[in-house]
Ligand binder design. Structure first.
Ligand SMILES: *Cc1c(COP(=O)(O)O)cnc(C)c1O
Length: 341
């Protein structure tokens, strides 16, 4: 198989259509057979549920080439499981996990020429999603849905080296208590766009959202979970029912405990504790872990001792261990790597 001649190091994070995507339709209470399609466009009613009432959800994961040349994905069973939870909360039909995994395998295999080579730092980003496709004018769940899964090559996240972020404590809220913060719904992103544009205008890379009820506890950013390292070397990650359960964060916690022998605490984290932290990172599929150098809370500047020029030592170890597992340089826990034959 001949790889596409793309400049892997410089493709950035933009949509580049690939040759094949998977499409399945839900109608009269059942999913059709589904299959691969060369068509990158979607035609739906002008009154579709997704267009009127935002009934849509998504997932995100990566396919990449390991050191020994295999094409693999990382824990996609957890993406299927999370999409199931999301669909239930949004009154959408569940696309069965085994079909989700099969669609993933087929799309990645069909687009193997777009899977970046080992060592390029680039990956193939995979986007499964679902939306209400039939006309809905009275507020109610759609009756028909489309599940799609496409992929697009993306460049290395830390191109030009690691640059720790400066973030602010946001006055906007991301997720209401008992709301939809714990599911991967498009609506959580629509309402975060104003907050992120405003953060950028004010010179910050990201928003640190607090719990809306008391505004004393750290939740997450718009698209990544927090992981802290205390000055005495414990790994701490916020616990809340309105945080999106990041697969990367859950994997890093396992790595911290089982590979690095660190103490891990999953608990409420108060804003007043931020001064006690030595390192802070943002966890998600895109970067794995991106260091934070400074947190600004309404003029109060918290500078992480790990600094503004590189990852702190524990963050770096976590990053290297998890990416080592993903790339096949370190032995993976059972079931973490799905090889695309
Ligand atoms: C997707 C997402 C994450 C990261 O989850 P991963 O499974 O690690 O990619 C974190 N927070 C939010 C709000 C998200 O939507």
């Amino acid at each position: 198989m001949e790889k596409k001649s793309l400049d892997w190091a410089n493709i950035g994070f933009h949509y580049i259509p690939t040759e094949w995507r998977y499409v399945a339709n839900y109608k009269d209470g059942a999913w059709d057979e589904g299959g691969l399609s060369p068509d990158p466009t979607v035609a739906i009613s002008e009154c579709a549920g997704v267009l009127q009432y935002a009934q849509t959800c998504f997932e995100g994961l990566k396919a990449y080439t390991t050191e020994d040349g295999r094409i693999v994905t990382f824990r996609p069973d957890l993406n299927a499981e999370r999409m199931t939870d999301t669909c239930r909360r949004l009154e959408m039909p569940v696309f069965p996990a085994e079909r989700f995994l099969n669609a993933l395998d087929r799309v990645v295999r069909a687009n193997a020429a777009f899977v970046p080579p080992y060592g390029s730092g680039a990956t193939l980003y995979v986007r499964p999603y679902m939306f209400g496709s039939d006309a809905v004018i009275g507020v109610a769940p759609s009756k028909e849905y489309q599940f799609r899964l496409f992929c697009t090559p993306v460049g290395p996240y830390f191109r030009g080296g690691v640059r720790p972020l400066t973030i602010r404590v946001s006055d906007f809220d991301r997720a209401a208590p008992n709301g939809t913060g714990h599911i991967k719904a498009g609506l959580n992103y629509a309402m975060s766009l104003h907050a992120i544009v405003n953060a950028h205008e004010e010179g910050f890379d990201e928003n640190m959202y607090l719990d809306p009820k008391t505004r004393t506890k750290v939740e997450e950013t718009g698209g990544a979970n927090f992981l802290f390292v205390t000055k005495d070397g414990r790994v701490v990650t916020p616990k809340s029912s309105s945080i999106l359960p990041s697969i990367t964060r859950r994997s890093l916690i396992h790595v911290a405990k089982e590979y690095l022998g660190l103490t891990v605490e999953e608990r409420e984290v108060l804003v007043t504790e931020l001064e006690d932290m030595a390192e802070c990172g943002l966890c998600g599929t895109a970067a794995v872990i991106c260091p934070v150098g400074k947190i600004v809370d309404h003029g109060r500047e918290i500078c992480l001792p790990s600094g503004m020029s590189e990852m702190g030592p524990v963050t770096k170890k976590l990053y290297e261990t998890l990416t080592g597992i993903q790339m096949g340089r370190l032995e993976a826990p059972e079931g973490w790597i799905r090889v695309i034959e």
